[in-house]
Design a protein around this ligand. Structure first.
Ligand code: HEM
Length: 415
């Protein structure tokens, strides 16, 4: 059990903490009660304040004139911060929606927004349902055991998002590998290598692939999200090459790994809480609240950062202009002031004001799509599931940003 402020706050500067749920939640519970705005100064990161209360995270995200995404939107090591800045100054690097502030952010977000509205999603729903059936059928074929993450959960959302982008199916395995390398930089099973150069080379591969895509969609526009991005304009001007490639990267990566983590974390929660699985089986109308609870429970995105534009304070703690806060979504989503029995998985939980999709101007663009995918997959799976149990220990990824289960061995029988 975590006993000191320093031990507790250290979890934020330790990617392996997210692979150890007992340690993580003990530390976060301690911080919410004793030091809800905690200064963390641990190498290899620059110092930041970890914000662990739901109300504070929401207030910071709401006040986007004061709290900026630039220049430090996510927690990366000081060396990676410097390398990313140098690359941007040299005209390369990654500059996605999550790196931008308004008013520019709003204009760039508008380019892709229509593809995530209810009408576009209704058009996509048939394809999503078809893919959900395909993957539950695959589960039936490969049973009675599988690694649900590797065999099912990584593929389904990737296929959905790449279908929305309009990419050919033969490119899907390559996108899968690049996404894992980009988000898995902290995990030895996923990363390309340990050096910064190797990490940056993953980015360059993404950029090469997407530069070709941009050229082809500008020459021959098609009716898909990739064409909307390639031909998008801000103040009448086409997006720069960096902004165009970055847009693809954010959609392909944000739309994939996150949903995979919510799906596999959700199935694990059902297996470990068989009363809740039974409840959902008996009452399929609970699927909406169940999906929301799976997202709160797994909280695939661990953090975003904001930097103070001027001197301010959070919960009485002074924060100077230029200092950064770490928004600990995992902690906000277990805040006992907001959620009754926050450590209980409840498929009927309502209301469920979780922060897993963030809040304010950066609120997840794909939230409705992620919910639709999860409803579709679990609505197909649960009625066909005769039995399910763990066939080995679930393994979580070491990460400071996006992550969840790497392996979920299950034994099951399906109708
Ligand atoms: C932004 C979580 C699925 C695309 C975000 C943010 C979070 C998040 C926490 C930042 C919000 C903030 O700063 O306030 C999730 C989770 C998902 C998921 C937990 C799955 C369960 C998706 C999907 C897409 C997507 C399917 C589809 C493309 C994006 C984009 C942004 C974003 C483009 C940047 C929005 C902006 O900065 O304006 N997401 N996401 N996400 N998400 Fe998701």
């Amino acid at each position: 059990m975590t006993s000191t402020m320093d031990d507790a706050a250290a979890v934020f500067a330790d990617p392996t903490a997210y692979a150890d749920e007992a340690r993580l939640h003990a530390a976060m519970t301690y911080l919410r009660a004793n030091k809800p705005v905690a200064y963390v100064d641990r190498k290899p990161y620059r110092p930041f304040y970890a914000v662990t209360k739901h109300a504070d995270i929401m207030e910071i995200e709401r006040n986007n004139a004061l709290w900026l995404s630039e220049p430090r939107p996510v927690l990366t090591t000081a060396a990676a911060d410097d390398a990313a800045r140098a690359q941007l100054e040299a005209g390369g690097g990654l500059r996605t929606l999550i790196h931008m502030d308004d008013p520019h952010h709003k204009k760039v977000r508008a380019i892709g927004q229509d593809w995530f509205r209810p009408k576009a999603l209704r058009d996509l729903e048939v394809r999503v349902d078809e893919l959900a059936r395909r993957y539950v059928d695959r589960m039936a074929e490969i049973g009675p055991e599988c690694d649900f993450v590797e065999d099912i959960a990584v593929h389904f959302p990737l296929y959905v998002i790449l279908s929305l982008l309009g990419l050919p199916e033969e490119d899907f395995p390559r996108m899968h590998q690049l996404t894992q390398e980009l988000f898995g930089a902290d995990d030895e099973e996923y990363r390309r290598g340990t050096t910064l150069e190797e990490h940056m080379s993953t980015l360059l591969d993404f950029f090469d692939y997407f530069s070709e895509l941009t050229a082809s969609r500008r020459a021959n526009p098609t009716d898909d999200l990739a064409s909307a991005i390639a031909n998008g304009r801000v103040d009448g001007e086409p997006l720069s090459d960096v902004d165009t490639a970055s847009y693809y990267v954010i959609v392909a990566t944000a739309g994939h790994d996150t949903t995979k983590d919510a799906i596999s974390g959700g199935l694990r929660a059902l297996v470990e809480n068989p009363d809740q699985l039974d409840r959902l089986r008996r009452d399929p109308e609970l699927i909406g609240t169940a999906v929301e609870e799976m997202i709160r429970w797994s909280t695939p995105v661990k953090e975003f950062m904001r930097t103070a534009g001027e001197d301010t304070e959070v919960r009485g703690v002074p924060i100077a202009a230029g200092e950064s806060v770490y928004l600990a979504y995992t902690s906000g989503n277990r805040d006992e002031e907001v959620f009754d029995d926050p450590h209980t998985f409840d498929v009927g939980r309502f209301p469920n004001q979780h922060l897993a999709f963030g809040y304010g101007i950066h609120f997840c663009l794909g939230a409705a799509l992620a919910r639709m995918e999860m409803r579709s997959l679990f609505s197909e799976l649960i009625p066909r599931l005769e039995s399910i149990e763990l066939a080995g220990p679930p393994v979580l990824a070491a990460t400071t940003f996006v992550g969840g289960l790497k392996h979920l061995p299950i034994r099951y029988s399906l109708r």
